[in-house]
Design a protein. Structure first.
Length: 410
């Protein structure tokens, strides 16, 4: 894992190099806009001029694991901690890691996540086919996993039938969340998408209350108000605001929050199977999501692939260079999520939540610098309030335990 991370960290450094086609600059510059020939998918939304092809590139979420984070730890399924980051409600005692190793985990999580966001946006700027690339990113992890499984470095996962059925439900939500997130990134700026995704804890709390009657102390609910207000301000101050981007980011929040809440119930019992570690559980979920979402991508965007390749050629980028960016964005997506799982398994939930908040700040700042995203004072203030609100929520939630759900009388 360490060797792979060293190789995959190269794109993060290359992303800010002058040879990559851009360099950090002031936020007040107006972004260049150009039309992409032959594509109508995002024709209503201004698209930033693409950058020159990178020399090299590849990938703790998902809003882990965003992003993303999918399931919580449960007594019966060891993989749960890996899959609950989005719901930020993992239970159980984390495994202790040394200071240096833990620092390595956090650094890898941040660097790979920043690199993924930058490369994903660069791919979409050149060829705006979000569903196609979202699905490819879900399946690209096989290039990372297959050598490990074939050589025995990582044991092959063998989920039980009951566990597989539960994981397939999670995979459905995971795939839909990925489609919504990448579509939002294609329609708006990376920094704005990450600000909107700060609302995911609010969705998680509302769904937990509506579906399972699981309430939280009033102090926790109150701590969410800055998040909502900050996102509203950031939206009002976003120069490139589009309802399409905002709606897709909100759908991503809803889907990922639902996935996290429902996964807690679906994984509470049953035999997990053999070799179902946190990493292998995410592998099963990710590969399952790929096969679930592939038909939809082919139906909606299959006929536009030739036009997309023509758009790539119109930018002067070679097909080989573009293919390299696509593959590396997929590897970055998979490995940053796996690194996020290692972090979650090594620290307490509150520590992970705080770390996730800091990571979101790093992504917002890095992407704004990388793409010279213009930001108004209102937008900057709203973003700061929203992210600070998430930090406040994480701390308050750790101080006040959830209110037990009321038991239904027979």
């Amino acid at each position: 894992m360490k060797g792979a991370l060293v190789l995959l960290c190269a794109p993060a450094a290359a992303a800010f190099a002058p040879t990559a086609g851009f360099a950090p600059s002031t936020f007040v510059k107006a972004p260049a806009v150009c039309a992409r020939p032959g594509l109508s998918l995002l024709s209503s939304v201004p698209i930033s001029r693409p950058f020159a092809p990178l020399k090299l590139a590849p990938l703790s979420s998902n809003d882990g694991p965003k992003q993303s984070s999918l399931l919580p730890a449960t007594p019966m399924v060891r993989a749960s901690p890996a899959l609950e980051m989005a719901a930020d409600g993992a239970a159980g005692s984390p495994k202790k890691a040394g200071t240096l190793l833990l620092g390595f985990y956090f650094l890898g999580w941040y660097v790979l996540n920043v690199a993924y966001n930058i490369y994903c946006k660069k791919v979409l700027n050149v060829c705006p086919l979000p569903w196609t690339f979202a699905v490819l990113q879900l399946g690209m992890g096989i290039l990372y996993l297959a050598p490990q499984w074939l050589t025995g470095i990582r044991p092959l996962p063998k989920p039980s039938k009951e566990n597989l059925n539960a994981l397939l439900k999670v995979a459905g939500f995971h795939g839909l969340g990925q489609l919504a997130t990448v579509t939002a990134m294609g329609l708006g700026s990376v920094s704005f998408v990450n600000v909107v995704k700060a609302l995911e804890p609010v969705f998680t709390a509302l769904i937990a209350l509506a579906v399972f009657g699981k309430n939280m102390p009033w102090q926790v609910w109150l701590s969410m108000l800055p998040v909502c207000g900050g996102v509203a301000l950031a939206s009002a101050g976003e120069l490139s605001f589009s309802w399409g981007c905002f709606t897709c980011a909100m759908i991503s929040n809803l889907v990922y929050a639902t996935r996290g809440v429902l996964s807690k119930a679906s994984m509470e019992s049953g035999d997990p199977g053999e070799n179902m570690s946190a990493e292998n559980t995410f592998a099963v979920v990710c590969m399952s999501s790929f096969f679930m979402c592939l038909p939809a991508a082919l139906i909606l965007e299959g006929s536009k692939i030739s036009a997309g390749l023509a758009a790539v050629a119109a930018t002067g980028m070679s097909t080989a260079a573009f293919a390299q960016m696509v593959v590396l964005s997929g590897l970055l997506y998979y490995t940053y999520n796996e690194m996020a799982f290692l972090v979650l398994g090594s620290v307490a939930p509150v520590t992970q939540s705080v770390g996730n908040t800091v990571k979101r700040v790093v992504v917002i700042v890095a992407s704004a610098l990388a793409f010279a995203t213009p930001m108004t004072p209102i937008g900057i203030g709203g973003s700061a309030i929203a992210i600070s609100g998430v930090l406040l929520y994480s701390v308050v939630k750790g101080m006040f335990p959830d209110v037990p759900a009321a038991k239904k009388e027979d």
